[in-house]
Design a protein around this ligand. Structure first.
Ligand code: FAD
Length: 408
């Protein structure tokens, strides 16, 4: 960011100071704040979070599939803020790590001893021409925002013929499996409604394969063959033409433009690090908070740590990954504060409950470099009802009552 574009910090701006500042009160921020609070009752912690509401996003796949109402995925942020933590209800606009400070959108300067950066990932709706205007209307939907997630089920239910398209963008995204999970649920829903022979289900992905870990990709390819889904790889959505109900793709290898008509289209938007991260001094070349992949400590500013979707950690961006990152970050931050060595190490663990239909889940669990890290003593690459129950009922409870309270 050019100096002239930076927010102006005047002497009259209020300044506050806290020993630890956590940025973002989502899955990662709340988990860390709760754990820090439990570990050190005397620590002065502030959390910067602009939203009153907290969302359990992993359930949005099943909301889009018509299993749950979206209201069950939202709670008041205040309910989960750990006691004794100061809530700065504002958004971070700029990081000034050379001064151990940040500036909020409303102009408060917050000075810190340590910062934990966890503002999640940014949804770049504007990067697909016409999408901002079209989303939520006339067959264009997305599970990626609370605002639109209920339109997914509406448009699946209303689709009786033609193309039902599901996209996967050419950027890192949160929950790499989510774009295809909703295609599998839609296929089931069309069969139940007796319209599948008239609806062509297309999964159009910018990627070159169905899933990065070969063990799970094998089952997913069999699921696609069984369901008769038309998969088009290297197809990057560049434009939605709502009037003509056309989706425009660029073939990433040939450069060719492919135009597909749709009755409905589920769009996973392009995503990136939040602007204040990617335009500031904490970013790596790709824009993410530049941390060591094992210690979660910033590579240039040792009193800054990061986890979750905004971090540079080369793992799958999931809440399951955050569950393993939070205890490592807290242990290392406290060790560093006490002058000790950083001995806790994150192994890249992530998990993706791949919903392949109603009552069917493959529980993918893996670490850095695709190393399989399964929990259960059976082959998790098989579709199972038990794993669906885990995804739909057990994990939401563990999230609200365990993870956010720093208990697991
Ligand atoms: P978030 O939980 O998104 O929280 C970020 C927080 O930062 C938000 O509260 C936001 O308001 C705040 N913030 C943003 N900007 C600022 C700012 N400038 N200043 C201060 N605060 C800011 N994960 C799984 O493990 N399993 C799944 O099955 C799964 N399925 C998913 C399906 C869908 C459709 C989606 C959308 C996500 C899914 N995920 C899943 C991913 C999971 O929800 C995320 O990986 C997880 O929420 C990441 O946590 P986070 O704290 O980094 O980000």
């Amino acid at each position: 960011m050019a100096a002239s574009e930076r927010p102006i910090v005047s002497r009259t701006q209020p300044t506050v100071r806290h020993q630890v500042v956590v940025i973002g009160g989502g899955n990662a921020g709340l988990s860390v704040a709760a754990r820090l609070r439990k570990a050190r009752k005397d620590l002065d912690i502030a959390l910067v979070e602009p939203s009153d509401r907290h969302y359990y996003q992993p359930l949005w796949t099943l909301v889009g599939g018509g299993v749950f109402k979206k209201e069950v995925t939202v709670q008041d942020e205040a309910k989960y803020l750990p006691g004794g933590v100061t809530w700065i209800k504002d958004a971070v606009a700029e990081m000034c790590p050379d001064d151990n400070a940040l500036v909020t959108a409303r102009g408060t300067r917050v000075e810190y001893g340590f910062a934990v950066v966890a503002p999640g990932i940014q949804l770049d709706w504007g990067k697909v021409k016409g999408l901002k205007e079209a989303i939520g209307r006339d067959g264009v939907c997305s599970n990626y925002a609370y605002e639109y997630v209920d339109t997914t089920w509406r448009f699946i239910s209303e689709c009786k013929s033609g193309n039902a398209i599901f996209t996967h963008p050419n950027t890192p995204i949160k929950c790499g499996g989510a774009p295809q999970k909703i295609a599998y649920l839609a296929d089931d829903a069309f069969r139940r409604a007796g319209v599948r022979d008239r609806v062509n289900v297309i999964f159009a992905s910018a990627g070159a394969g169905i899933f990065s870990v070969p063990k799970y990709a094998k089952t997913l390819n069999a699921v696609i063959a069984r369901k008769g889904i038309d998969v088009r790889f290297r197809h990057d959505l560049t434009e939605i033409r709502p009037d003509a109900k056309e989706a425009v793709f660029t073939h990433l290898d040939t450069g060719e433009t492919v135009v597909l008509p749709y009755s409905m289209i589920h769009v996973t938007p392009p995503q990136s690090a939040p602007d204040f991260v990617k335009n500031g001094p904490l970013a790596d070349a790709a824009g993410w908070v530049d941390v060591d992949k094992h210690t979660l400590q910033h590579v240039r500013y040792p009193n800054v740590f990061s986890l979750g979707d905004a971090s540079s950690l080369p793992c799958s961006k999931t809440g399951a990954a955050v569950r393993k990152q939070a205890p490592v970050l807290v242990e290392n931050l406290l060790a560093f504060r006490d002058g000790g060595a950083l001995t806790a190490s994150y192994d890249g663990y992530a998990s993706c409950p791949l919903v392949t239909g109603y009552g069917k889940v493959i529980l993918a669990e893996f670490g850095y470099d695709g190393v399989i890290m399964e929990t259960f003593p059976f082959d998790q690459a098989r579709e199972r009802y038990s794993m669906y129950v885990l995804k739909a009922h057990a994990l939401p409870n563990l999230y609200w009552h365990g993870m956010l309270q720093g208990r697991m």
